[in-house]
Structure formats: structure tokens, C-alpha cells
Design a protein. Structure first.
Length: 162
């Protein structure tokens, strides 16, 4: 299957919650290399992820992503707390969350799914594997899967994490 641009491809957004700049760059490069038309917004910690999704502060104009890629080991607010927050809010609980982390711990995997993760992946070790992961994530979550509409594509403004 080839990656095909949808009519609304310009509206496809992925929120990448990643504190490691090298991993963030590698993920973005992988999605670009396989020709995905999705826009990738990167936030470097859990606090900013929650603010982004609740449109607080500098993110007051943020648009709802169709997919969240979430690292677990984050500064300020950890990945588990971000995941719990996303899945507890009416405005964001429908957004698929793929945990993308270096942890292979069965406890982390179990906890992620219990908190509502839609998928759990460990970060690939090679550039080629990153590209293959990006291609498959895009094809499944943004082409094949039927996701609920996001309304005006903006979650309601809400409280921030202090």
C-alpha cells in the first residue's frame, strides 16, 4: 500500500511528546522520509503536552491532533500522567495515543494499556526501522482507522498544569 494524500491531508496532525531532541528529530525525519503529509508538532515535556491539548498559554490556538506519540520518561509531568490526562478529558479521550518509548518493561506496558493507550511501541534502533514504523503508524492510524470527527478541531480551553 502506498501513502496517499487525503483531501484533508493538510489537516492531519501528530503531536509528538518527546524530551530527547535527537529522538524527536529522528521521528520527524522518518515521517517525512516515507512521504506522510501529516504535520508533526513536538512538545518537550508532559506539562507542555497537557497545555497543548487543553489550549492553554502559548498553545491557545493549537489544533487537535489526530494522533499522539507519547514518550513515557518525560520531565515535569511524566508520560503516564499525560496519558491519564488525555484519556480522562471528554475533549481528548478519542485521540489515539501511541506510547513510543525505550522501555520494554512489562509493568510499563501493562500500566500504559490500563491508562488507555491505544498502542505501545519501543523505539527502533535503526533509521530504517524508524522509517518503517512511521510508515505503518501513518497508514494505520491516519489512513486505515476510522477515527471520530474532531468537531472544530480545537479542544475546549481548560485548566493548565501548574
Amino acid at each position: 500500500m502506498t501513502l496517499m494524500a487525503h483531501e484533508n491531508a493538510g489537516k492531519q496532525r501528530i503531536l509528538l511528546v518527546e524530551d530527547n531532541p535527537a529522538d524527536a528529530d529522528l521521528t520527524q525525519i522518518a515521517f517525512e522520509a516515507v512521504g506522510t503529509p501529516a504535520e508533526i508538532e513536538v512538545v518537550p515535556n508532559g506539562e507542555e503536552a497537557i497545555n497543548y491539548l487543553s489550549r492553554h498559554g502559548i498553545y491557545h490556538d493549537a489544533l487537535v491532533p489526530q494522533l499522539v506519540l507519547l514518550d513515557l520518561n518525560l520531565p515535569r509531568v511524566g508520560g503516564f500522567e499525560v496519558l491519564a490526562s488525555i484519556k480522562s478529558l471528554q475533549a481528548t479521550r478519542h485521540i489515539p495515543v501511541v506510547v513510543l518509548t525505550s522501555s520494554e518493561s512489562s509493568d510499563d506496558i501493562i500500566r500504559s494499556y490500563r491508562l488507555g493507550a491505544n498502542c505501545y511501541l519501543t523505539k527502533p534502533f535503526s533509521v530504517g526501522a524508524y522509517r518503517e514504523m512511521a510508515k505503518r503508524l501513518y497508514e494505520f492510524w491516519l489512513e486505515l482507522a476510522k477515527l471520530p470527527p474532531s468537531g472544530d478541531e480545537r479542544p475546549p480551553a481548560g485548566p493548565s498544569v501548574q
